[in-house]
Design a protein around this ligand. Structure first.
Ligand SMILES: NC(=O)c1ccc[n+]([C@@H]2O[C@H](COP(=O)([O-])OP(=O)(O)OC[C@H]3O[C@@H](n4cnc5c(N)ncnc54)[C@H](OP(=O)(O)O)[C@@H]3O)[C@@H](O)[C@H]2O)c1
Length: 167
């Protein structure tokens, strides 16, 4: 899973991300390049026009709906994993929003997190992942604020000790 969060694990307002951080956008784009991405229907609709080499898979309860760009629609995380396997990719990047992170956390084996040094209002939050398994931060990289990026941020790479597919 990949996510950017501020204090209190805030990831968004519900219809957007309350910061503009080009460094994090670049990091996200580079990580997702060429991969299958799992997105909630709401986040997918926010991101229409963003996709280039990525293949979006959209989680929804209404698989009959028609979305712009006609992405692959799935109604469960398990079906998303199967869809990614059918595409022949070896990584499905869970890319939010809050409902999808919560639904997919139990199946995740790694987290790529950006911790944004900011306190912002927002109803959408990343789940408290430390309660969900034996997670360890393996690497981190800190970046100070600068003219383009108004908040400092830290990129973190987390792994879960027990492989998700062993459960
Ligand atoms: N900071 C970050 O890294 C980051 C990343 C991504 C998004 N965000 C932010 O997160 C917010 C959106 O998050 P959100 O939680 O409101 O929406 P979301 O997770 O993007 O999408 C919610 C939708 O996904 C579908 N869904 C959710 N759980 C499901 C399940 N268990 N089974 C089947 N379908 C399911 C439903 O679609 P239907 O209604 O079609 O049934 C639901 O309405 C925005 O503010 C966005 O900007 C932040």
């Amino acid at each position: 899973m990949i996510a950017a969060m501020a204090a209190e694990r805030v990831i968004g307002t519900g219809d957007g991300i309350p910061w503009h951080l080009p460094r994090d956008q670049e990091h996200f784009r580079a990580y997702a390049a060429g991969k299958a991405m799992l997105l909630g229907r709401r986040t997918y609709e926010e991101m229409i026009g963003w996709f280039t080499t990525q293949t979006p898979i959209v989680l929804t309860r209404d698989s009959e709906q028609t979305l712009e760009g006609t992405p692959c629609l799935v109604t469960s995380v398990e079906a998303a994993i199967e869809a990614a396997q059918d595409l022949g990719v070896n990584e499905l990047v869970v890319s939010g929003g809050a409902q999808v992170y919560a639904a997919a956390l139990a199946s995740a084996d790694s987290l790529v997190l950006t911790i944004v040094d900011a306190e912002v209002e927002g109803a959408a939050r990343f789940p408290e992942f430390r309660d969900s398994g034996d997670w360890h931060c393996r690497e981190s990289e800190r970046h100070a604020a600068d003219a383009e990026n108004v908040y400092a941020m830290e990129f973190q790479w987390w792994k879960r000790e027990a492989p998700w597919n062993a459960r």
